[in-house]
Design a protein. Sequence first.
Length: 316
Amino acid sequence: MRLCFFDKKTRLFLFIILLLMCQAHGQSVDNKTSLSRISSKLLYNDSLLFHSIFNTCDFRQIEALLAPDFEFYQDKGDLKPAMLTKRSQFLENLKKNFCEGKAPKMRRDIIRETIQTSSAGPNITIQTGVQRFYITAKGEDEKMVETSKFHRVWKLVNGVWKLANESDRVINTGGSELNQTSASNKTYKPVDKELYNKIVQLDSILFDAYNNCRMNISEELYSDSIEFYHDRGGLSTSKKGLMEALKNNICGKVTRHLVPGSIEVSPIPGYGAVEIGEHSFHNNQEPDAPSKPSRFVVLWQYKNDKWQVREVISLH
């Protein structure tokens, strides 16, 4: 572009536009570089955590890598109850299962090509991927015993990335290598059909309110202690702020569509249930704009005879 063909004001305007474009590009590169560094750091912390668990039983190191409010959710797959474990019980389980007596040797590998890292704010990062666990019993060869998908929330606390939340779902067991195609396409069978139907119904009610601006229903279904992790919008722990965002940014502007058949539900004894699925969102002002399905995890809590959303992880 030759600016000499334009008058002085036009040349100045075009120069400013070009400058802003260069700055935006620079910020995009910087953001990608920063996220890449964080991803490498999280992988290092991950490796250090599992080395401490399976090899050294260094609980000072393990505790240093877990946030004070750490929670671990584990879904063992079809026909087995899911579990939600708080930090103190999680540490006790580690000591009992891996550091006392003659526990078999275990090893865990991350499948690097499955790792995805997303920022959810300046001090929060979401990490997803696939991992494999191996066991070596006395006098036997090593064998793979589990493959699982994980969703993790890492928080930067006093300059240290600490694991605040982890959700694992077993997708394969036994000695065979992971077949991702067959694992993802296998027919899902709910552990508790009645619970599954209830959560599907609640999902429908929640997002019917979302799509149709029924704020009273949305407010009733979200817990006062909601934690909403969004890989683009960051973390929200304010129910009031969430309601304001729905009213100002969603009502009449965005429609959510559930991917048919994508919902999976597992019970959490004594707490509630976890819902995992896929959905897409459409801008009503741009109806022809494409929208790719994205994953979500919703933790439903059953308390005082009513169901409410306690935690959401939304990935795009």
